[in-house]
Design a protein around this ligand. Structure first.
Ligand code: VGL
Ligand code: ZN
Length: 202
């Protein structure tokens, strides 16, 4: 068991991000056994779940003439348009069936507001609307965070950078993450995380 101030944050290990899912990340399911093995080491365990209404504004089908992976300008900045994924209550939004979810202390859902996406576990994509996770971790006494999950270059990246900005000591275990890698987004994410002071463990 690690220190009482250490939290494991498991990002979006959901069916739609695993092979066969709507927004499949290559090898997304391969990280499940390793995450399962890590859970009992941590005093604080938080899972996140991407959780969109079916008309979410990040979905390409909400923007006539647009296709998945196009980038549009939203009031809060650029937004990649995604295939419909992680719709609230759908099988795709459920956690991978082999993921041990019973040890989770908290499951935090994000991306539920129709007009704004939320990659980060801490803030929506306007970088100001909080999810409440910061307060949860601080009141639990967690100061050191290990992040694992999907996808490295989007939700893990945004969560890690926000956590570092908030003053947490942040490690990303890349062996237990997989990336989407859209137009070099994986390289950019790794550089951005390092610049923010995140430790990448491979
Ligand atoms: C994610 C794209 C859209 C992620 C979520 O979990 O990384 N990526 N929604
Ligand atoms: Zn999403």
């Amino acid at each position: 068991m690690r220190g009482a101030d250490e939290a494991l944050i498991v990002i979006d290990v959901q069916n739609d991000f695993c092979p066969g899912g709507a927004l499949a990340v290559a090898g997304g399911d391969q990280i499940v056994p390793g995450i399962n093995a890590l859970l009992d080491d941590f005093a604080v365990r938080v899972f996140t779940q991407d959780w969109h209404p079916d008309d979410h504004s990040s979905f390409a089908d909400q923007h006539p003439g647009r296709a998945p992976y196009d980038v549009i300008e939203m009031p809060y900045g650029p937004q990649v348009l995604w295939p419909v994924h992680c719709v609230q209550g759908s099988a795709g939004a459920a956690f991978h069936p082999d993921l041990r979810t019973d040890p989770a202390d908290l499951i935090i859902r994000k991306g539920f507001r129709p007009g704004i996406d939320s990659y980060s576990a801490f803030f929506e994509n306007d970088h100001t609307t909080p999810t409440g996770l910061e307060g949860y971790l601080r009141t639990r006494g967690a100061t050191r965070l290990t992040l694992v999950g999907l996808a490295t270059d989007f939700c893990v990246n945004y969560s890690a950078v926000d956590a570092a900005k908030l003053g947490f000591e942040v490690r990303v275990d890349e062996t237990l993450c997989r990336g989407i890698d859209l137009d070099g987004s994986l390289q950019a994410a790794r550089a951005g995380m390092r610049e923010a002071g995140v430790t990448l463990v491979a």
